[in-house]
Write a protein that binds this ligand. Structure first.
Ligand code: MG
Length: 162
């Protein structure tokens, strides 16, 4: 089977008064992130990993932050639309592995719900989606709670007969 790998990275600053959404799941009582859409930094990194694996550009070229259409947009809906494009290009999602780096919140207890939400958006089983949380051990701006950073890799499988 032919496979392709992609890497995605995203970062957003905290902004008071906004809700925090990670992988389509809201974290009540936590500071939210600044951004044009719902600022779902995790879903954005997943989108970029998938687009990268298919060599279909990046999230900015698909959903420009100058476009009013994407203001406050649901990033999980953006992910579902990207997966459609990836499939149209001849690939199926193999697996996705993301690492969320922040001092707060601790996402451990929500990881299963987040994995399920992302898996549903991508039309794959939860077993193909991994989400891991870790702190930056107090180092640098992420350690100083300025924002959240996410790294993600994705593997695509070439659909047969293409
Ligand atoms: Mg982003």
């Amino acid at each position: 089977m032919r496979m392709r790998i992609g890497f995605g990275y995203d970062s957003h600053r905290f902004e008071k008064g906004r809700r925090l959404v990670l992988g389509g799941v809201e974290f009540p009582g936590e500071d939210g992130l600044a951004g044009h859409s719902d600022a779902d930094v995790l879903t954005h990194a997943v989108i970029d990993a998938l687009l990268g694996a298919a060599a279909l550009g990046d999230i900015g070229s698909h959903f420009p932050d100058t476009d009013e259409r994407w203001k406050g947009a649901d990033s999980v809906a953006m992910l579902a639309s990207v997966v459609k494009e990836v499939r149209a290009a001849g690939y199926a999602v193999g697996n996705v592995d993301a690492t969320v780096v922040c001092e707060r919140p601790k996402i451990g207890s929500a990881v299963d719900i987040v994995r399920q939400r992302l898996a549903t958006a991508m039309g794959v089983g939860k077993g193909r989606v991994s989400v891991k949380g870790k702190t930056n051990e107090g180092m640098d701006d992420v350690g100083a709670r300025v924002g959240i950073v996410v790294h993600c890799v994705a593997l695509l499988e070439e659909l047969r007969g293409r």
